[in-house]
Design a protein around this ligand. Structure first.
Ligand code: PHE
Length: 451
């Protein structure tokens, strides 16, 4: 199979930032706080941490390694790496499906964020009153045309960047934005920690009540770990395929994992003190961030300015993640079917725009259209995060552990012997071949009530 003549990331720093840009996004700022809030706080955080370390990190190393070794899209990579067992390419097709499902609701939430930039400027959300904040959020999500329009703005913008290409498009955009996000989150945290309810907020986030851990909660935490680190669906594999040959993969993965974790914790520290100070419900769900963050800003001098910048940067942080989601189908379509990058990006965005309609209407006209008790928005989220990503994760681990094997893994992860990291590789290989797939299988089967 010929290798493709491809674009790639140009500098080691660029690789790190683009990978970080994929990991850090609405998963950290929107999903992490709302799931932590609805699933019991600290105990959820603990399970999430275990999932990140024991499963997330090894899977991230495995995925990027496969991508760099094959230097192809998520489907073709498996044909290149195991030409006699082409059935493994199903992992890539599952990733293709997961990318579309995730994008259908992710682009909607990103649209809410874009809308909030303007709401921040207008002063509409400058309130610490849960009722007023709830009404403002409700007004936005219940107007079908407004949400759809914002979703299409998001798709048009990110689709445009994807058309431009990997190094000029993705790398150029993300490297400028990720550092800014850290700074603003820090400002938010400092302010939040000075609020009256800071103690209660921190206790909620850091004092575990183990009775709250059920199989369903464990699966949600595992799914979140996959989602936040962009794993189990070929994103990291595709990005790995653009890595340079001298990139230190385990080290890059560890740094991305740590940075991603810190952004989530910062978001949690910014949000939960405000929840308890102003009387929001920790279990508010998807609206949590959209109500509490404005409240924290409103309670401080210069709040409107900071609030506007915050939503602006969150909008931009979502771009890095969306680019990496679009890249999976776009790379598959262009490399396998000879479509130009432009056509591939357009086709992907068009498919998502269609699938995005039911997601966007889930808070209004399609509120009561349910399958398995879930509206389209929740269904797409559940299917992708709690089913497809963990399943993809198991298969990737099994592929590396039992098909690709230790010898090639060692060669790949040591950059052909140039890095002196044999002990580390052995540990990673053990996690990848035994611990991670077993842990995922147990949590998945229990969480889905199959055992
Ligand atoms: N990791 C991204 C976030 O936290 C979302 C994402 C999931 C991106 C899967 C790519 C693949 O926002």
């Amino acid at each position: 199979m010929p290798k493709f003549n491809r674009d790639g990331f140009t500098t080691t720093f660029g690789v790190l930032v683009a990978t970080l840009g994929s990991a850090i996004g609405l998963g950290n700022i929107w999903k992490f706080p709302s799931l932590t809030g609805t699933n019991g706080g600290a105990s959820f955080l603990l399970v999430y941490l275990a999932a990140t370390l024991l499963v997330g990190l090894p899977v991230m190393i495995a995925e990027t390694m496969l991508g760099r070794a094959a230097r192809a899209n998520a489907v073709t990579s498996f044909e290149i790496l195991a030409s006699r067992q082409p059935q493994w390419k199903a992992i890539g097709w599952m990733g293709f499906a997961a990318a579309l499902l995730i994008m259908a609701f992710y682009s909607e939430v990103a649209g809410w964020v874009y809308a909030y930039v303007f709401k921040a400027v207008s002063g509409e959300i400058s309130t610490v009153d849960p009722k007023v904040a709830g009404a403002a959020f409700g007004k936005l999500v219940s107007s079908p045309l407004t949400v759809l329009a914002w979703q299409w703005v998001v798709l048009a913008l990110t689709g445009g960047i994807i058309m431009v290409g990997v190094s000029r498009g993705i790398e150029a955009v993300t490297r400028r934005l990720v550092p800014l996000l850290f700074v603003l989150l820090l400002v938010l945290c400092v302010r939040s920690l000075m609020l009256d309810g800071a103690g209660r907020g921190l206790a909620f986030l850091f004092q575990p009540d183990f009775s709250k851990i059920t199989p369903a909660v464990a699966l949600t935490a595992l799914g979140l770990a996959f989602f936040k680190l962009s794993l189990g669906m070929g994103t990291m594999l595709t990005y790995g395929s653009y890595f340079r040959d001298d990139q230190n993969i385990p080290w890059t993965a560890a740094r991305v994992m740590l940075a991603d974790l810190s952004v989530s914790l910062l978001a949690g520290i910014a949000i939960f003190p405000a929840v308890f100070t102003f009387g929001f419900a920790p279990s508010a769900g998807p609206s949590l961030v959209f109500m509490t963050i404005p409240a924290v800003f409103t309670s401080m001098p210069g709040g409107v300015v900071f609030m506007t910048i915050f939503f602006f940067i969150t909008a931009i942080a979502s771009v890095g993640a969306i680019l990496s989601l679009l890249e999976v189908p776009a790379a598959i379509l262009s490399e396998r079917y000879g479509l130009s990058r432009k056509t591939a990006a357009l086709a992907t965005v068009a498919a998502i725009a269609l699938l995005g309609v039911p997601a966007s209407l889930s808070q209004s006209v399609m509120e009561n259209v349910k399958l398995f008790g879930l509206n389209p928005f929740d269904l797409f989220d559940y299917l992708s995060s709690n089913v497809l990503l963990p399943l993809g994760g198991i298969l990737i681990c099994l592929f590396v552990g039992w098909v690709y094997g230790f010898e090639k893994t060692e060669k790949s992860l040591s950059n052909n012997g140039e890095l002196n990291n044999r002990g580390l590789i052995k540990a990673a290989f053990f996690l990848i071949s035994f611990v991670a797939p077993l842990a995922i299988a147990i949590v998945l089967l229990n969480g889905l009530k199959l055992i």
